[in-house]
Design a protein around this ligand. Structure first.
Ligand code: LIP
Length: 271
């Protein structure tokens, strides 16, 4: 079994290469290649090209590992490791030219299920501003090589909280109603549009907390490890790990204040 540092080196290499492809294709001009779960859930040719690059490079470096990618789906391996990849997280930002999107590459041990996997390494690369977030299990989290540590705590009413909304209109309406319950209790809210960057912002202290329901595994696989290795508490619905049902990430002291409010707000929304 390779070391976490060796796995991180692979994740970082392929994320940086894919980020350069995404950046260049954006500069060349981007068009919608297809829609997925709804008319606003889009995929571009660059998404597909970036994921193909990542999948091929990982297959060459780690031929027995599994793969789970947003655009090309899954592929079982025999090594017990699976690479969980979002080639362009923040696809709508990318399509509109908003400079907040990232390549997210993580490698997990066990089944590719956020409720049971153990994330070993992850990299999130924003090719627009050159910010490279990395983490390995037990090895800490870094931004461009500088160690990241979250603040110990922030009072709830002073907390800057990130969140996001889904591609289904009825889901967005429910998410908005929950936001109405919370927004008056915190400093303010930010909707950045890429879960991987939201989680990295928590790790970097640029957000005090982040929560969202409806994420795919590839949206949060790397960012959740980066936030956790920076000292954030990361959890899900009730006592479960983060998953599509819910992800909450915050400084430990703030998590204790905010999570009960979030859990109560989601309690009426039966999945
Ligand atoms: C996005 C997430 C974001 C969420 C968006 C979308 P994508 O992922 O990163 O947090 O609010 O609806 O799911 O589709 O850009 O890879």
């Amino acid at each position: 079994m390779p070391s976490n540092a060796e796995l991180l080196a692979i994740a970082l290499n392929v994320a940086r290469r894919a980020g350069e492809v995404a950046r260049q294709r954006r500069a060349d001009g981007v068009e919608v290649a297809a829609t997925k779960s709804s008319l606003v859930d889009i995929v571009t040719q660059a998404d597909r090209e970036a994921e193909n690059l990542i999948r091929s490079a990982i297959s060459a470096a780690r031929p027995n590992d599994g793969f789970l990618g947003e655009e090309s789906g899954g592929g079982e391996g025999t090594s017990g490791l699976t690479w969980v990849v979002d080639p362009i997280d923040g696809t709508v930002n990318y399509f509109y030219g908003i400079p907040s999107y990232a390549v997210s590459v993580a490698v997990v041990e066990g089944d590719p299920d956020p409720l049971t996997w153990r994330t070993l390494a992850g990299a999130v690369v924003n090719p627009v501003n050159g910010e490279i977030y990395t983490a390995s299990a037990g090895g800490g989290a870094h931004l461009n090589g500088e160690r990241l540590r979250v603040k110990e705590s922030t009072d709830l009413e002073l907390a800057l909280v990130g969140t996001g909304f889904g591609y289904d209109a009825q889901v967005r309406e429910k998410q908005a109603r929950i936001l109405v319950e919370l927004i008056g209790k915190v400093r303010d809210v930010r909707r950045i549009g890429a879960a991987s960057l939201d989680l990295c912002n928590v790790a970097a202290g640029r957000l005090d907390a982040y929560y969202e329901r409806g994420l795919n595994p590839w949206d949060h696989a790397a960012g959740a490890l980066i936030a956790r290795e920076a000292g954030a508490t990361v959890g899900g619905l009730g006592d479960a790990p983060a998953s599509a049902a819910l992800i909450v990430a915050a400084q430990p002291g703030l998590y204790a204040q905010l999570d009960p409010l979030i859990q109560a707000a989601f309690a009426d929304w039966v999945l």
